[in-house]
Design a protein around this ligand. Sequence first.
Ligand code: HEC
Ligand code: HEC
Length: 432
Amino acid sequence: MPCRARNYGHAAIIQPPHGQSSWRRGATMNTIQAIWTGSAGMMILLASGCNSNNANDEAPADPATIEQGKQIFRFDTFGDERQWSDTWRLHEVIPAAVDPVTALAVGLKVDAEALPAAVVKGIQDGSVDLKSPATTVALLKLNAVVGLVGKVETVSGKDTLTRVGVTCALCHSTVDNSFAPGIGKRLDGWANRDLNPGAIIALSPALSDAVKVVYNSWGKGKYDPRFNLDGKNGPQAIPPAYGLKGIHRITSTGDGDDVAYWNRYVAVTQMGGQGSFSDSRLGVSVTYGTLDLVSAKLPALQAYQLSLEAPAPPPGSFDVAAASRGKLVFSSRGQCISCHSGAQFTDANMRLHPVSDVVSEPEPGGAPSYASRSATKMYRTAPLRGLWQHAPYFHNGSAATLGDVVTTYNTRKALGLSAAEIADLTEYLKSI
Ligand code: HEC
Ligand code: HEC
């Protein structure tokens, strides 16, 4: 097996040159494995008989590393309080205006397992006031708000939120609602499609009205991870962070060879964590802070995500007989399998697709092509496992249901499927 450089997210080292859609597999680093150790700038070369050509293929990491990655995924802000507090001042807005009812309404989730028995009882008997922002501060003090990390200190005898930051779990975890809507056990890797990140950011008093209009235009389950860099507005459906093992192209445009590429991108350029990210293909080179609080965490963070499997469809959630007929449509008349091939239903490890191949462009609302704003200018065939869980579909969320996906393909690709074939194919997609 060929072996390529593993860099935990430093695109500049191993990404294909601008304009070239992919490396020729095995063209580089046949026997030498390079590990980039981060912005400290040290490259260690190890002679090794590699048995994998991509970090995303590796055997599961040891349980301790995966556990470490889980803690990072859930609780590490990478020092991004510099953005969410020092610049955006959300630690002032939350105690002034965000009671738990409001927090749940913008899609924030509460980790029921972090709540002590007295708080659980108080929520049940109504003695905990869910209309008081002080309760939000209390929940932050308990570390119970998924994806938000608050520092609560005693100021003049009162619990006071002095800083707040966000973690990966903000967008890529939800809860199972086992306690109440929005309150339950964490489901890591599940996109939080209730979350309205734009509305949360727009609470900041530090942003101009024009910028707030953009943030407020995104809506639930959407976030534009390039707006703050290129100024263009085209929000993306927040995708799952599970089911990525074995896939060598990360994000809907396949910008990264491994999960860590994008983790570095988001941690620094979006969350505002302390560290650096650069990619000459994007013309982006950003360093925040004087410390690097990102690089050392990327291996464990990646290992955790690769350990997250796409959830199986709940029993009874699809028609078994129709799904097995739909499987045939998928591989024959629907021609789906020509791109959605292999165990993960994607040809991403072999090729990306030009914009003309996809049925999800032109973008809704006249937004600029998302591919045009990416490093590859192309799209990755989306992996399909766990589809039942994460409506809406396509990078821009332009298909509300799986039925809409199939009808869109049928029309745009002139497949000529009958109503029965469309229904069967839809059931099959629910079963994947
Ligand atoms: C504010 C919301 C938000 C936060 C916080 C966030 N992400 Fe994402 N994430 C997104 C969006 C939107 C995309 C889609 C980007 C695209 O496809 O171009 C994405 C894409 C991804 C992907 C690619 C999935 C795939 O199918 O290839 C992974 C992996 C991921 N994020 C992991 C993380 C990790 C790890 C963190 C923390 C370091 C994080 N994200 C923080 C919104 C977020
Ligand atoms: C020419 C290659 C190609 C063919 C053929 C193809 N797809 Fe796709 N598919 C893609 C690409 C590329 C994407 C990602 C588009 C995007 O992100 O907007 C995608 C996305 C999807 C998604 C959205 C997944 C998600 O997570 O949002 C579904 C569902 C899907 N395809 C199903 C099908 C079905 C069903 C067929 C057959 C009728 C089919 N595809 C045929 C390339 C293809």
